[in-house]
Design a protein around this ligand. Structure first.
Ligand code: ADE
Length: 271
């Protein structure tokens, strides 16, 4: 991070330095992609975060700019070469943030991981292709592996976009107050309650009456009960963790709702 970066001559001297994302990839044209739109795109325009890509192919030394070779020991596909990837990684040494390799073997991306990343100075994301990256270069740089789910993508680029979106939207100033994350799924360990907008009756389906009541405490209780019920039905794993928190157990009385009214207002399963 240069001095110019942290004191960008703006009138807001106290403004923090931009969060820096550095992506190592053989497909730099995949970025910013959808991150140039919507909340993340606004954040880029406002210089709350910055995105740099490094083309791993630029670190190849042969005539064909090759970045991969056949797997040692045999097998399908190609493996990214340690020497080429090593040079690319070393070129990012001065850039801030942990070095993360996107891989289905990694720690699962959760709201907590996104918050951890957003709280730091940025991130360096290594995108693999083919059958992966030679293990020795991952070991040498003590790379942290991160997965976006239990399925295999054809490369790390889509996963990198997901990781960046999940982190960047949490940076101060990216979401307006009106888009606060406080009510979102996972913020309190619960899935989000259902949302409605006008009209109050659409194709014969009425929105819940309580939302039109103007009674803020009743609305809050209804939303909480809905969030609890949806989580209990759809994600027993999250529910067990939520219900085990001491403050939650007291509030929910060990059940799904905080009171009889909300507990009786059951969510109908739609799938
Ligand atoms: N690369 C390929 N599959 C992936 C996944 N599920 N998560 C992160 N990176 C990947």
């Amino acid at each position: 991070m240069s001095a110019a970066d942290s004191q960008r001559g703006s009138p807001e001297a106290a403004r923090p330095a931009p969060w820096q994302a550095t992506v190592l990839t053989i497909f730099p044209e995949a970025f910013p992609g959808p991150l140039g739109l919507s909340l993340a795109g606004r954040g880029l325009e406002k210089d709350i975060w910055r995105l740099a890509t490094l083309d791993i192919r630029d670190f190849a030394t042969d005539r064909h700019r090759s970045v991969d070779d056949t797997p040692m020991g045999g097998g399908a596909g190609m493996v990214m070469r340690p020497d080429v990837v090593d040079r690319a990684i070393r070129a990012t040494a001065e850039r801030p943030g942990p070095l993360i390799y996107l891989s289905p073997r990694g720690r699962l991306l959760t709201a907590e991981v996104a918050r951890e990343l957003a709280a730091g100075p940025g991130v360096r994301l290594l995108c693999g292709r083919y059958e992966g990256v030679d293990q020795r270069v991952l070991d040498k740089h003590e790379v942290v592996e991160l997965s976006i789910g239990d399925y295999v993508l054809s490369g790390g680029e889509m996963a990198a976009l997901v990781v960046l979106d999940a982190a960047v939207r949490l940076l101060p100033g990216v979401m307006g107050n009106a888009e606060s994350p406080a009510e979102e799924s996972f913020e309190r360990g619960l899935l989000e309650y259902p949302q409605y907008t006008r009209p109050a009756v659409w194709e014969g389906r009425a929105a819940p009456q309580v939302l039109l009541s103007g009674h803020h405490a009743a609305i809050r209780d209804w939303r909480r009960a809905q969030a609890e019920e949806i989580t209990r039905r759809r994600r027993p794993d999250l529910w067990a963790r939520y219900a085990a928190q001491p403050e939650t157990a007291a509030a929910s009385g060990g059940g799904a709702g905080r009171d009889e009214t909300s507990r009786n207002d059951q969510v109908r399963e739609q799938d």
